[in-house]
Ligand binder design. Structure first.
Ligand code: AMP
Length: 213
């Protein structure tokens, strides 16, 4: 089954998907991570996606469809798949419906966070380009400023976490992605979890919702 983890950029979807996959063995599929991998490798998909992502806009649906097929193809029908960052518009949500036979969507869980908190989280986020660990300059700082605790690489700020892109991403979310909440609401699949507080508390709330599915 598929569990859609939805919410604005900075809501903590990636952090929670990582915790849930580490502790519960769910498969995590982050379309943002998959796209960043393509950009890094310089593939055809990466060449299309890179500049769009840097601006904070949405990569075309047909590109996302290729990624979804590629990533979901490697996942068994009995596994729990956490989708982080997909769907991001109604058309993508409809595409996901076409996989119903093998991978039914059992819930769309919305991590709810206020816009001001989102901006603070995104602008302070720092990521390790080597191992993917994520930090925050004030909320979750590395032991040594600018250096990854896990692998000692120099931390970076994602290009799309710069102020000019953050506004675009949040506006794109409101216009394109928020409508999917209603889409899943009409199907009786919408669930909401408060995305504010300690990651551990949010994790427990999410786990309770997923366990009940
Ligand atoms: P994320 O890591 O989920 O914040 O995604 C980073 C960027 O990748 C987004 O701002 C988009 O440019 C692109 N992206 C990720 N997932 C999607 C998607 N489902 N549809 C379109 N663009 C996406």
């Amino acid at each position: 089954m598929i569990v859609v983890l939805t919410g604005a950029p900075g809501a903590g979807k990636g952090t929670q998907a990582e915790l849930l996959s580490q502790r519960c063995g769910y498969k995590k599929l982050s379309t943002g991570d998959a796209l960043r991998k393509h950009v890094k490798l310089g593939t055809d998909i990466g060449k299309v996606a890179g500049a769009i992502m840097e601006k904070g806009e949405l990569v075309p649906d047909d590109v996302l469809f290729k990624i979804l097929k590629e990533e979901l193809g490697a996942i068994g029908a009995t596994e729990v798949v956490l989708l982080d960052g997909y769907p991001r518009n109604i058309s993508q949500a409809e595409t996901l419906e076409t996989l119903k036979a093998t991978q039914p969507v059992k819930a769309a869980i919305h991590l709810e966070v206020d816009r001001n908190d989102l901006i603070a989280r995104l602008s302070g986020r720092r990521v390790c380009p080597s191992c993917g660990s994520t930090f925050h300059v004030t909320e979750n700082p590395p032991k040594k400023a600018g250096i990854c605790d896990k692998c000692s690489s120099q931390l970076n700020q994602r290009a799309d976490d710069k102020p000019e892109s953050i506004g675009v991403r949040l506006d794109v979310y409101e216009k394109n992605t928020r409508p999917i909440l209603d889409f899943y609401g009409k199907k009786g699949l919408y669930k909401k979890v408060a995305g504010i507080g300690q990651p551990e508390t949010i994790y427990k709330s999410l786990k309770t919702v997923i366990d009940a599915l």
